[in-house]
Unconditional design. Structure first.
Ligand code: M6R
Length: 601
């Protein structure tokens, strides 16, 4: 997803701006560019490809103001011309933009009729010309007028050649954060480039316009009324966002899982049992329906919640991918709770789903990793997963923490409804000890040989049953998104209804097969697959010798309560995918065509 950085203040080296932009690389991009003012002229350098290419192109100069951008193409092909920043006809106004302008065709027509000449195929360039159209000596006023005509989503940063001490920014639908440091004001798409300057940040809200000048920022609404926005203190330090000696962020983040879980549990374990203070205002006792909405990995976490809670309570639980949910007619009543899960807190489809159900009067609980992100601000309550920054595009420790928080949430609901038994007690005890179990798994997970063998296959079938089916889905997603192997997942009982036709010696099966309540069932499905001469790798619990006779490769995790296998098996499927991607020569941190934060529909 596009990334924006802007700096205005005392003189700085242009390289610093590019270094700051580099902190947003993890969001995914296809091109990058910067603009700065020198001697009253805007200079722009843009390039297709990596930021390191941009670094090679820039001159060693200083400026007082600059904007930089990583682009993830939506309108117009990824190339040097379509890369941001974009300028107006005079070349005096430069802009970077994240989002999509839905009415850009109409606006472009109008601007063309007024004599504006366009250089790129982007929707963004329209904004530069629109600001030019309204510019009468005051950049803020021109931006204000222009954004009032935009339909769609935007976060923009704008500068003008005649005002080297000024940046104007605006947001609607795409995130933008401000920080005030000693020698500069900095704005960015998220806090990562800002924390080296200051840990106190302001998240612009929908419709906000900010003026950054003379070491101060002023925020107004779209009518020009001054607004006061809360300053958030961010705990993450820069080191937390570095690789700490690991080859990739993804592997570092997998190894951070035990600490991440500890952070998710802090303050949420009481003598009475699991307790999420955040939920105090919700009448959990009378909740009869729960609707979970999420995308990708977060959706898989939601499915685990459904299997877990419905096992114990007669609550009607529905899980949907947000891109479907938002276009359905969702029935909400005062006994319905909506849970929106998004590690980034910015996923466009999930955000829109939140807006839709809120309009219908639903209470929304967000589960997110990003403090102050849009979904958290628009939901009634947020339960943070506290996983720390996740830089690798593939969700790993945030998936684990989503599960932890969802187990806590489920247990909390069940306890408040008066549903508690020995099985739940065992789950709770396991959850509390899970950081230790994770350390054990990560220490003993020597699967390089398996990975080295399986890396040569072009297809993979993941299977699971019951609460272990979402693990199959997540395993397949991890493998396909970073290793580009065609991995698919099925509830194992579905194999014989079609997918088993695919199986042969070239199509291995990855079975999620702990000795839980559906063990005998999945064992039969493994046998069926074996009969088609598919090679089988399975993950099961320690002490299970049964599968040794059937499968080709077996991976063990500690024995756990049935409900807890999705948690304890997560590092296995993640590590398997990571090793294969790395061995195939791909960079697991930056998978092709993917972005960390999907802020467009
Ligand atoms: O930030 P979110 O949790 O809302 O993101 C949802 C998906 O885009 C995300 O989980 C995606 O599937 C990742 N590539 C998974 O590794």
């Amino acid at each position: 997803m596009c990334g924006i950085v802007g700096i205005v203040g005392t003189e700085f080296k242009i390289d610093e701006l590019v270094d700051d932009l580099q902190k947003l690389e993890y969001r995914g991009y296809d091109s990058a560019g910067i603009a700065y003012v020198q001697n009253g002229i805007i200079h722009i350098t843009k390039t297709l490809g990596r930021i390191k290419n941009l670094k090679e192109k820039i001159k060693p100069v200083n400026s007082y103001v600059g904007i930089a951008h990583t682009r993830w193409a939506t309108h117009g092909a990824p190339n040097d011309i379509n890369a941001h920043p974009h300028t107006d006809c005079t070349g005096k106004i430069a802009i970077v933009h994240n989002g999509i302008i839905e009415n850009y065709v109409e606006l472009k027509e109008f601007l063309k009729e007024n004599g504006h000449k366009f250089k790129s195929d982007t929707d963004t360039e329209v904004i530069a010309h629109l600001i030019e159209e309204y510019f009468e000596g005051d950049l803020y006023k021109a931006v204000l007028k222009a954004v009032n005509e935009l339909k769609g989503a935007y976060a923009i940063a704008v500068m003008h050649a005649d005002f080297p001490d000024l940046l104007v920014a605006a947001r609607k639908g795409s995130p933008l954060v401000l920080g005030k440091a000693k020698d500069r004001l900095i704005l960015a798409s998220d806090v990562t480039p800002i924390i080296k300057y200051t840990k106190d940040v302001v998240f612009l809200e929908e419709g906000d316009i900010a003026v950054l000048k003379d070491g101060e920022y002023k925020i107004t609404d779209s009518n020009g009324n001054i607004l006061i926005r809360k300053v958030y203190h961010i705990e993450w330090d820069e080191a937390a966002a570095e690789k700490s000696g690991y080859k990739h962020f993804m592997i570092k983040e997998i190894f951070e899982e035990p600490e991440a879980i500890e952070s998710a549990l802090v303050g949420r374990i009481t003598k009475e049992g699991p307790s999420l203070n955040e939920l105090k205002e919700i009448d959990l006792e009378n909740i009869e329906k729960i609707k979970l909405v999420a995308c990708g990995t977060s959706y898989h976490a939601a499915l685990v919640f459904k299997y877990f809670v419905e096992k114990y309570a007669d609550i009607d639980i529905e899980v949907d991918v947000a891109s479907e949910f938002r276009y359905r007619n969702i029935n909400i009543d005062d006994r319905t709770l909506v849970i929106a899960i998004s590690q980034s807190g910015e996923t466009a489809d999930t955000l829109e789903s939140v807006r839709i159900v809120k309009k219908k009067g639903a209470k929304v609980v967000a589960i997110s990793n990003v403090v102050g992100s849009t979904i958290t601000r628009e939901s009634d309550i947020t339960v943070y997963m506290n996983a720390g920054p996740e830089i690798g595009v593939a969700a790993t420790k945030t998936y684990v923490n989503q599960l932890v928080v969802l187990y806590l949430l489920g247990m909390n609901i069940l306890r408040i409804k008066g549903i508690w038994n020995n099985e739940l007690n065992r789950d709770f005890e396991f959850l509390k000890s899970s950081p230790g179990f994770f350390r054990e798994v990560l220490q003993n997970l020597n699967i390089e040989d398996f990975a080295s063998y399986y890396k040569n296959y072009n297809h993979f079938m993941y299977i699971g049953r019951g609460i272990n089916y979402p693990t199959a889905l997540e395993g397949a997603l991890k493998l396909k998104e970073i290793s580009y192997i065609n991995a698919t997942a099925y509830p194992a009982g579905e194999l014989k209804h079609g997918p088993i036709a695919l199986l042969d010696p070239t199509f291995p099966v990855f079975a999620i097969a702990p000795q839980g309540y559906l063990y005998e069932k999945i064992k039969s499905n493994i046998e069926e697959s074996k009969a088609r001469r598919a090679r089988i790798v399975a993950v099961t619990n320690e002490g299970n010798k049964d599968l040794l006779k059937i499968v080709d490769d077996l991976i063990y995790v500690p024995k756990a309560p049935d409900d807890m296998y999705p948690l304890i098996m997560s590092p296995v499927i993640q590590m398997f995918a990571y090793l294969i991607a790395d061995m195939r020569g791909y960079d697991p941190d930056k998978p092709r065509n993917l972005a960390k934060s999907v802020t467009v529909e």
